[in-house]
Design a protein around this ligand. Structure first.
Ligand SMILES: CC(=O)N[C@H]1[C@@H](OP(=O)(O)OP(=O)(O)OC[C@H]2O[C@@H](n3ccc(=O)[nH]c3=O)[C@H](O)[C@@H]2O)O[C@H](CO)[C@@H](O)[C@@H]1O
Ligand SMILES: C=C(OP(=O)(O)O)C(=O)O
Length: 422
């Protein structure tokens, strides 16, 4: 098994290129199922989850051509299956994103029910209720969601109120509504930049979506969507992770090909921690000038508030900061799996329910640690970068789901990090 071996203590300096956003690329690739003609998607990150999504599309009969610049071309002419099998869905929950497009375009979908995962139970009831509101018959049988469009094979527009602004739920309903008969209104919709990116892509394909970026999306269904060229937006979570790496090591890092407008809540907290942030249209630089960060209080909530996908990284920031920081996780019920591993590295963290109280220590100590989910893994890498001695981060397949070339990018910034086997 591969692991990352990190010797801590180097102050990170330099520039790093930010990849396309995983959480935008995945729904956009699923949306290619809706296109008549060839779709070309650019700025795709080189990640396991992207490979899994391409494999999933491939097993349904989508023809996928990968270009050297990591853009892909998809052609749905020969789609012969509307099944998302367990073996692929279990490795990537986001496979659920094919449900809406399959049902809208082909009138049927059979998608393995994604199970719970380390961070929480993560039900998909709101996705299913949305499809039912649009007239679909949905049943869960033998671990599979089996959904069928009403007679005539076309979903109907509907008024849908989401109990909670689910990100992939909003995306699934949006894709289904784009080809439905009539108007769909999605209220309490998620407003994450990745939902906006998908909506912009669908509109470029010929969809009629209004209210993009707000919590009320109005979709007038069209009969056909067409292929187009679309470039995925930059990954705000990858950007934030490299900025926190600079902050905890007292360094100065410029993230390139990113977008400061996507991450206001995170940048405000980094400034509160004592970092000097400068930005341009497509870059963000964080300079810590060798100082230790100050502890900050964090409360995760749907966009535009502080993102849950940056929570673990800020627990590490607080773990090495001056003072005490309170971190409240309101999105997922079990997203503090990094805390016990960080405690093994000398951090002082007390978790009670959805709150972690983190008392900063001047130093952490290297140790073998185990990653349990994607952002928890990233947080362990950040802790290792600042810890005394060597840390082995095990089970890094989680990291490879979400961070492109992580060791090369950190090496470029002066970190002592390498991938080892065994
Ligand atoms: C591929 C992708 O984009 N993943 C992101 C997406 O996950 P994902 O879309 O799975 O997360 P959701 O926004 O759906 O989850 C938010 C909350 O809603 C609950 N819920 C969700 C759906 C549902 O049908 N019923 C229900 O109760 C969930 O359990 C959770 O408590 O948004 C999360 C929250 O920003 C991020 O952490 C993930 O990185
Ligand atoms: C939780 C995440 O991803 P996923 O929804 O794919 O599990 C994440 O990107 O942090």
């Amino acid at each position: 098994m591969e692991k990352l071996r990190i010797v801590g203590g180097n102050r990170l300096q330099g520039e790093v290129r930010i990849s396309g956003a995983k959480n935008s690329a995945l729904p956009i690739l699923a949306a290619t199922l809706l296109a008549e003609g060839v779709m070309r998607v650019g700025n795709l990150p080189h990640l396991h989850d992207i490979t899994t999504m391409l494999e999933l599309l491939g097993c349904m009969g989508v023809e996928v051509a990968i270009n050297e610049d990591m853009s892909v071309e998809t052609d749905c002419r020969n789609v012969h299956s509307q099944v998302a099998p367990y073996d692929l869905v279990r490795t990537m929950r986001a496979s659920i994103l094919v449900l809406g497009p399959l049902l809208a375009r082909y009138g049927v979908a059979e998608v393995s029910l994604p199970g719970g995962c380390a961070i929480g139970s993560r039900p998909v009831d709101l996705h299913l209720r949305g499809m039912e509101a649009m007239g679909a018959t949905v049943e869960v049988l033998d671990g599979y969601i089996r959904a069928t469009a009403p007679e005539g094979g076309r979903l109907r527009g509907a008024h849908i109120f989401l109990d909670t602004p689910t990100v992939t739920g909003t995306e699934n309903i949006l894709m289904a509504a784009a080809l439905a008969d009539g108007r769909t209104v999605i209220e309490n919709a998620a407003r994450e930049p990745e939902v906006v990116d998908l909506a912009n892509c669908l509109n470029a394909m010929g969809a009629q979506i209004k209210g993009v970026g707000s919590d009320t999306l109005v979709v007038d269904g069209v009969e056909k969507l067409y292929g187009c060229e679309f470039r995925v937006l930059p990954d705000r979570i990858e950007t934030g992770t490299y900025l926190v790496a600079a902050a905890v090591t007292g360094g100065c890092v410029k993230t390139r090909d990113t977008d400061p407008e996507l991450m206001e809540a995170v940048l405000i907290k980094l400034q509160e921690a004592g970092a000097t942030i400068t930005t341009g249209p497509d870059w963000i630089q964080l300079d810590m000038t060798g100082r230790r960060p100050k502890a900050v209080n964090i409360r995760t909530a749907p966009h535009p508030a502080f993102p849950t996908d940056m929570q673990a990284q800020f627990v590490v920031l607080n773990a090495v900061a001056e003072g005490v920081g309170t971190v409240i996780e309101t999105i997922f019920e079990n997203r503090f799996m990094h805390a016990p591993e960080l405690v093994r590295m000398g951090a002082e963290i007390h978790v009670e329910g959805n709150t972690a109280i983190v008392t900063g220590k001047p130093r952490l100590k290297g140790a073998p640690v185990m990653a349990t989910d994607l952002r928890a893994s990233a947080s362990l890498v950040l802790a290792a970068l600042v810890a005394d001695g060597t840390t082995d981060v095990n089970r890094i397949y989680h990291i490879d789901r979400g961070y492109e070339c992580i060791e090369e990018k950190f090496q470029q910034l002066g970190a002592n990090i390498r991938r080892v086997t065994g």
